[in-house]
Design a protein around this ligand. Sequence first.
Ligand code: NAP
Length: 259
Amino acid sequence: MDRWVDKVAVVTGASSGIGWAITQDLLKCGMVVVGLARRLQQMEDLKEELDSSIRERFYPRSCDMTLLPSVKSNFHWVEQRFHRLHVLINNAGMMEMTKVLDEGNEAALQRVIDVNLIGTVNCTKQAYRVMEATMAQGEACHIVTVNSLLGHMVPPHIPECGLNLYPVAKHALHTLHEVLRRELFPHKLMRLSSISPGLTRTDFGGTPTDDEKRTCEELIEPDEILLPEDVARGVNFILSSPPHVTIVDLVIVPTREKY
Ligand SMILES: NC(=O)c1ccc[n+]([C@@H]2O[C@H](COP(=O)([O-])OP(=O)(O)OC[C@H]3O[C@@H](n4cnc5c(N)ncnc54)[C@H](OP(=O)(O)O)[C@@H]3O)[C@@H](O)[C@H]2O)c1
């Protein structure tokens, strides 16, 4: 990771779970990290827990991925503050507990697409604008999207109410990367990767119902679920690969996960 020391990263969804684990890892590797999420105070509190040697390199910023002006103003801030951007971690995501065919859930389904897909598209576009100028200075850039095992398949054994358009958005992110790979091909200094975790211990999806807990426990022993740090280690592996190597998609699942 030596080549990324003092380079600038944006991590979306840095206020909890996988995003916070990735943020800490990049800070420990010597990067400057701008964290974007709606819960600014939560990020400020987490910042206080950081070792003083890395704390000052963490810049938490309030951002709602569903609002284009919010995304744009944050990347303008990055441009004005640092004049360059080397790494984007598209991590922010959410799911809603409803079924596609339920009545009256249109707003929830729209949110799933707006955060997981459109938010990622908008962040990538805004990051690319700053990265283009960075690459013009001869510096390398890397965009990593946190996808999901559910971006590759739709398992029959996961509580169906939490699936709805979430796997649809994650499958779309997989295809988005293939489209972007073609658009970005002329840029020799740009790499594009995904990481697709299976079940990971975070607050994702809120508190599970008893039925959901039972289904998950049948699926996998609770102590064998991935930890956010496992995913962060995967991102570290992607970023530390030699410049001529691109990890296109790193699928990482708990050893005992049935899929
Ligand atoms: N946990 C799993 O089992 C699992 C498995 C595979 C993939 N993933 C993926 O991993 C990523 C991180 O999820 P996690 O498990 O770490 O869950 P998490 O702890 O709930 O983190 C989700 C993050 O996304 C942010 N976010 C949600 N809506 C947002 C919005 N409108 N604007 C800005 N930020 C928003 C949240 O920040 P605020 O609430 O502060 O805005 C939070 O920081 C997601 O993309 C998820 O799809 C998770």
